[in-house]
Design a protein around this ligand. Structure first.
Ligand SMILES: [Zn+2]
Ligand SMILES: [Zn+2]
Length: 123
């Protein structure tokens, strides 16, 4: 008899059975992702900068959306750095370097500028 009931890890797509909520692998990955994001400058200060920017620029500002009439633009949820250097860059909190984007358009933009960027993101 197991002392604790096994449950499937709550991470979507992870089939691992665990007794501790998230399985060890997912727990470790979450910790690593958070740490590396913070070390790149995605910290509390960036959270304030990006949410203030999104309040002032609620719609996607990618090239494709800028070409659309304002009513057809998608609502932005993320902020891109035009220089690609992130919050730690010299203009990381400079609004003229920021660009509001939807999650999908931001991913597309990131992939365009950093070949292989997808794989690097989670490490
Ligand atoms: Zn898991
Ligand atoms: Zn867009």
């Amino acid at each position: 008899m197991p002392r604790k009931a096994l449950q499937v890890c709550p991470t979507p797509g992870c089939p691992t059975l665990t007794t501790t909520g998230r399985c060890e692998t997912c727990q470790a990955r979450a910790t690593r992702t958070r740490a590396s994001a913070t070390s790149k400058g995605y910290d509390a200060r960036w959270a304030r900068t990006s949410s203030a920017y999104l309040r002032a620029h609620p719609y996607c500002e990618c090239d494709e959306c800028e070409a659309l009439p304002p009513l057809l633009r998608s609502r932005a949820t993320e902020v891109n750095h035009r220089d690609g250097l992130g919050p730690r860059g010299p203009r990381g909190h400079d609004w003229t370097n920021l660009q509001a984007m939807t999650k999908a358009h931001h991913s597309r933009e990131t992939a365009k500028h950093q070949p292989g960027g997808w794989n690097d993101r989670d490490q």
